[in-house]
Structures are given as C-alpha cells and as structure tokens.
Design a protein around this ligand. Structure first.
Ligand code: ATP
Length: 301
C-alpha cells in the first residue's frame, strides 16, 4: 500500500492479493473457518482519495473500470453507500476514536469484485490508513489491526507489507520473506462468486496439506515443486458453483505455467509464470480466448 499526503488530502494506492496456498483446517464454533493461507499482494490496485470535511457526513463516490462488476450474484456488485467497506471502515475508526466522522472520499475501483482478490478488504484497510492520516489520529498499525479484523478476515493482511502466511480466520499474520518477485497471469471470469457461498459448499480437510514444502520451494527457486504445491481447498467447492473454474483450469493447462490455481474463494484463477516475458505472452494468448479480464501481474509490497 502506498500513501501520499498533502496538508489537506490523502491518496492511497492499495493492491489486490492472490492466495498461493489455502487450506481449510476446520469450522470454528463462531461460524468462521480455521485457515492456513499464503497470500501475496500483486500490482493491480484500487485508488482511494480522502479529504476531511466539516459537513458531518461521509461522502463516497466510486469510479469503476468496466470490468470490475461481473454478473452472477448480488455479491458481484459494488455498493456505493454505507454498505461499502470504505464507508464502514472510516465510520468504525471515527466511532472508536470518539470523533465526528466527516469526510469526502473517491474510490477508483480496478480490482474485480467477488474475484477472490480481496479488493473490498484492501479498500477497507486503505480507508483505515487514509482516515487515520487525514484526521491526524496517528494511531499505530497495532492499534488499527483489531479494527481491521473486525471489518473482515483479509483486512489485517493489507496493513502489512509483502507476502504473508495468515492463520486463524486470516488475522494471525506472519510475514513470508525471501520469496523473490513472482510473476503471474490472472483471469477474472465474467461471473463472480460470493465468499460465503463458497465456504458453505466447502468441506474442511480430512488430511490437511502442508504449507512448508511450497514456502521452501519458493525460497530456493525450485519452480517444479512450487508449481506442484500451489493449493486451494476451496477450488472444488467453487467449481460446483460455476463452470468457469473448470473452463479456466483447462485454459491454463495449455499455458506451460509453473503451476496454476484458483485464488481465494474465486472466481479468479491465476498461473505462476517463469518470468515477466512468459506472463506477458500468456496474458496476450488468454486475451484472445474470451475468458474474461486478463492481467499480467507480479508481487507487490
Ligand atoms: P475475498 O478474496 O476476501 O474473499 P473477494 O475478492 O471475493 O473477497 P470482494 O471484491 O472483496 O470479494 O467483495 C466482497 C463483497 O464486499 C462483495 O459482495 C461486495 O459487494 C462487497 N463490497 C463492499 N465494499 C466493497 C468495495 N469497496 N470493494 C469491493 N467489494 C465491496
């Protein structure tokens, strides 16, 4: 996440993420699932502009890139008012800080909605950071973390930098260093998936996959093993909900990728590439296949 401040405004550029590994270890008594996941931010960004105001109101306008909203369930649409995670985040911060919430915001939305790329969570983290700076609260990251976890399981990840292993329901974060720069092709198909629906359809692991071999392979540059060890327990559940997952799996099987998987709860699907050139060539081939929005991306901070 990049933050630019002027005396009266804050501009935050906030990334999407991919899950290189996602295991569902069990269902908890609070209804959430116990996860182990390796996430990396990638250089596909939303942009949030924040200006404190004295109107006593929170105003948000959204400008969407055409590919952001997809068909499918209600979950694939971007809410503008108080349901937008950006608005919920700044209201929560104002409430906890005991101040009057008043601001104008604009969100340039580029990360596809309901794609398993956590655009909403990333925007929520950006909103906490922007409002913290814009209202000059000067809360530390440690102070913002519990609010982030309250807003959503993936939100705390975006308050950190770089790839991380996230456990619990996603809020226990351990930075994963030494993975180098990784290049990917990501496809967001025309149909989005609701995270809740995918988790409902998923059965937790009877024999959980270990994460360590993937981390080791990425750290030592062992591409063959890294490709084999990309994993997502939610993929079969998502494939029951939309034929797009199977279609993308077949499309990616032709691309000589190091490995390929669905990200998060879908519906986006990514291939791990050998280098930038491979990512660009694979992206232009997939753009001709009518599979949805195609991005060539790499790991970001
Ligand atoms: P995850 O990977 O965390 O499961 P996702 O990428 O599948 O998330 P998001 O795009 O983050 O899904 O959207 C999740 C839900 O949040 C959608 O139903 C969407 O309507 C709602 N939402 C609220 N605010 C936002 C926002 N600023 N950006 C995107 N979605 C938002």
């Amino acid at each position: 996440m990049d933050v630019q401040r002027t005396p009266s405004t804050v501009l935050v550029r906030t990334p999407a993420k991919l899950n290189l590994f996602l295991e569902v270890l069990g269902k908890r008594t609070d209804g959430f699932h116990e996860l182990e996941t390796l996430m990396t931010p990638v250089n596909l960004y939303d942009l949030l502009w924040f200006a404190p105001a004295d109107t006593g109101d929170i105003e948000l306008t959204c400008e969407r890139f055409p590919s952001v909203e997809r068909s499918g369930e209600e979950a694939s649409r971007l809410p503008e008012g108080s349901d937008n995670l950006v608005v919920r985040a700044v209201r929560l911060l104002a409430e906890r800080a005991g101040i009057w919430a008043s601001a104008r915001m604009k969100l340039w939305k580029r990360i596809p909605v309901a794609a398993g790329m956590a655009g909403g969570s990333s925007d929520a983290a950006a909103a906490l950071v922007a409002a913290n700076a814009g209202w000059r609260l000067d809360w530390s990251r440690e102070q913002l973390l519990p609010l982030a976890a309250e807003l959503g399981s993936d939100v705390p990840f975006f308050l950190g930098r770089g790839p991380a292993v996230c456990r619990g329901r996603g809020e226990r974060i351990e930075p994963a260093s030494g993975l180098g720069i990784l290049h990917f092709v990501v496809v967001a198909p025309p149909v989005g998936l609701s995270t809740a629906a995918v988790f409902r359809a998923c059965r937790p692991a009877e024999h959980p996959q270990p994460l360590a071999p993937l981390l080791e392979a990425l750290r030592t540059g062992d591409a063959a093993t890294a490709g084999e060890r990309l994993f997502n327990r939610l993929e079969p559940a998502a494939a029951e909900l939309t034929p797009w997952i199977e279609r993308l799996r077949r499309e990616f099987a032709d691309g000589e990728f190091v490995g390929h998987r669905m990200s998060g709860s879908g519906s986006s699907y990514f291939g791990l590439c050998r280098n930038l050139g491979h990512a660009q060539r694979a992206a232009s081939r997939l753009r001709g296949r009518g599979v949805g929005q195609v991005y060539a991306v790499r790991t970001a901070c």
